[in-house]
Design a protein around this ligand. Structure first.
Ligand SMILES: [Zn+2]
Length: 258
């Protein structure tokens, strides 16, 4: 049976690319089709009826009609526009960071329902909670998990011994923690304090509610951010071969119009 000519799905706008005078290509992360692209004719004309429903980070029900190369967007109805994220520059950049990581870590047409739910939960938490740093770190750890890069935080990735509650080492290349015997022998392995290990394990655990109440000092927050950030950067450079992804993020930021 041929596939129907049109379809509709729940989608989050994760990227917009200008095309010609007034058209736009949008990248969506969807409930049941993974990452997909759609063509929006005249989206940048002032009287576009669709534009308000297709802003970056907006969660919408979007309709498409199949095209030869690219499917065309025929309708869109906002489910949640995440206004708090669009009215605050810092929250905007947090939301765009989430969108950019989803874009970089996913391939087109690969359904990933847990990742769709994680993305929505994360946008809700950014809008509703005060602990934005922890929301982002939890997002990173669960993103890594659902894309197959879960970092090993319980035992040494080299000798497989259980880790002692002492300073251990994190290796982006090995994909997890190393004990003090194995750590110093690995290139680019960085020491990680006991508290940073504890928080990362808690965040990896699942439920966000108990974690949301944690108050991290600036130094500890920075240590966790750097450790996970180095791992993510390493994976993206190796797997996606996109060393310029931070540049992309900047581009998206400057093209964002709340
Ligand atoms: Zn070891």
């Amino acid at each position: 049976m041929p596939e129907p000519r049109s379809y509709s799905t729940e989608a989050i706008v994760i990227r917009k690319t200008k095309l010609g005078e007034a058209d736009t290509i949008l990248t969506f992360f969807t409930l049941d089709r993974g990452k997909i692209q759609g063509f929006a004719r005249s989206l940048r004309k002032p009287r576009s009826k669709l534009a308000g429903h297709l802003e970056l980070l907006t969660h919408s029900q979007v309709s498409f009609v199949r095209g030869k190369n690219l499917d065309t967007i025929t309708g869109s109805q906002t489910i949640n526009s995440f206004l708090p994220l669009k009215n605050d520059l810092f929250l905007t950049s947090c939301g765009l960071y989430v969108a950019e990581l989803i874009n970089q870590f996913t391939a087109e047409h690969q359904e990933n329902l847990p990742l769709f739910k994680l993305t929505l939960d994360t946008l809700h938490r950014l809008a509703d909670e005060d602990n934005h740093e922890l929301v982002l770190r939890a997002f990173e750890l669960h993103l890594l998990e659902s894309t197959g890069y879960r970092p090993q935080l319980r035992q040494c990735v080299a000798c497989h011994r259980s880790l002692e509650p002492i300073t251990n080492y994190f290796s982006p290349v090995a994909g997890g923690l190393l004990c003090p015997a194995c750590g110093p022998t690995q290139h680019f392995a960085r020491p990680v304090t006991v508290n940073a290990q504890k928080v990362m394990r808690l965040l990896q655990g699942g439920d966000f509610a108990p974690v949301a109440r944690l108050k991290l000092g600036a130094e500890l927050a920075a240590e966790i951010e750097d450790t996970l950030g180095e791992y993510i950067k390493y994976l993206l450079e190796r797997e996606v071969k996109s060393a310029a992804w931070l540049e992309t993020l900047k581009e998206q930021k400057s093209s964002f119009r709340p």
